[in-house]
Design a protein around this ligand. Sequence first.
Ligand code: 5GP
Ligand code: ZN
Length: 127
Amino acid sequence: MNNQAEAGVSRAADPACLFCRIVAGEIPAARVHEDDTLIAIRDIAPRAPTHVLFLPREHIVSAAELTRADGSMLGRLFEAAASFARAEGLTDAGYRMVTNVGEWGGQTVGHLHIHLLGGRSMGWPPG
Ligand code: 5GP
Ligand code: ZN
């Protein structure tokens, strides 16, 4: 399956989705970046001195739904996260980007997002 039509997955904004509502501006969030593809918001419960979420405007439940047709969007997400990290002075020390998938992956919001965590040393493996 190479595209969402074949996958049969709807990517229309979901009125029940917290991050779709943040994208639409219905729920406030501290935006640190936005463009035609994505927005970046500060996590409401930061787990590191810098904790920002990069999410596509379109509703994609998780990385489990991605196909190669999403390559451009994903490049934009990672580029925005890396650019933000650089601007925050995190690049030399390093930082973590992570996306959780499903219950065992620790995902609590069903709208794809990359966590950018920085400003402290990260343990491995994650819990
Ligand atoms: P997940 O658990 O799905 O990987 O990540 C969801 C993240 O969204 C969590 O780190 C959580 O703190 C954050 N979050 C949940 N609700 C809100 C909210 O209303 N606003 C913001 N900015 N972040 C939220
Ligand atoms: Zn959504």
